[in-house]
Write a protein that binds this ligand. Structure first.
Ligand SMILES: [Zn+2]
Length: 235
């Protein structure tokens, strides 16, 4: 996962909210139509640099093939249904390119706000099999955990338990997604192994940090994890 930094809400969204309130209507997401919804979608797409808020796969360029995700579920948090800070873009099955994953997976479930945490990437790590796991869990512990059928007996800190729950709810270790990540990790490690200077590593880190909708970097959080690990080994 990757921290998604939000700027100010789009003016058109604020205008929509003000208009609805001026006639004593509750600003509702279902009433958010063109051009308000288009502006919102464009800004969310730019801020997420073209990738899904949860799984970091590349989103389709056509806005009609993307879905807007209420972090706090729309059905339960009516005060936040048009709150810009509660809205993200997630991949969806309807894009027809097999990237669809997160929209149908999360549904109305409440999860911890890692995507809104500036240190989001520090909560997660990845192994060479392509799996995502909590940063504070050792690879050995993860191996035992993922093999065990009695996960409720697994003792861990509340923070790690929360991350494990988030990974599970979002099905971030679903086989298809893990396989895509595994191939990506294999490629990135082939590139990284030739980096012998901090400058090379830092320049590649910048590439992933400064991606844009014109050049979206899928699995940027995964790449950043391995690049930072490599950087620690360079004296
Ligand atoms: Zn996704």
């Amino acid at each position: 996962m990757l921290f998604i930094e939000k700027s100010k809400p789009p003016r058109s969204l604020l205008k929509f909210v003000a208009l609805q309130k001026s006639v004593n209507l509750h600003p509702s997401y279902k009433d958010l139509r063109s051009p308000y919804i288009d502006d919102l979608d464009t800004i969310l797409y730019q801020q997420q640099r073209g990738v899904c808020c949860y799984c970091m796969q590349v989103l389709p360029q056509s806005s009609s093939l993307r879905t807007r995700e209420h972090f706090l579920p729309e059905s339960k948090f009516k005060l936040d249904e048009v709150n810009y800070y509660n809205l993200y873009l997630a991949c969806t099955e309807k894009d027809g390119t097999n990237t669809g994953h997160c929209d149908k997976t999360k549904g109305d479930i409440l999860i911890s706000k890692y995507i809104g945490h500036p240190n989001c990437e520090d909560f997660f790590k990845y192994n060479r099999k392509g799996e995502i796991l909590p940063q504070k869990l050792s690879f050995e512990e993860w191996g035992k955990f993922s093999q065990s059928t009695k996960n409720d007996l697994f003792e861990t800190s509340p923070e790690t338990a929360e991350i494990l729950a988030t990974i599970s709810i979002l099905r971030l270790n679903q086989k298809e997604l893990v396989n895509k990540r595994k191939d990506f990790i294999s490629d990135i490690l082939k590139t990284i192994m030739f980096f012998t200077s901090r400058e090379q590593c830092e320049s590649e880190i910048q590439k992933y940090k400064s991606s844009s909708v014109k050049n979206p970097q899928r699995f940027a959080g995964v790449a950043l994890y391995f690049l930072r690990e490599h950087l620690k080994k360079i004296v």
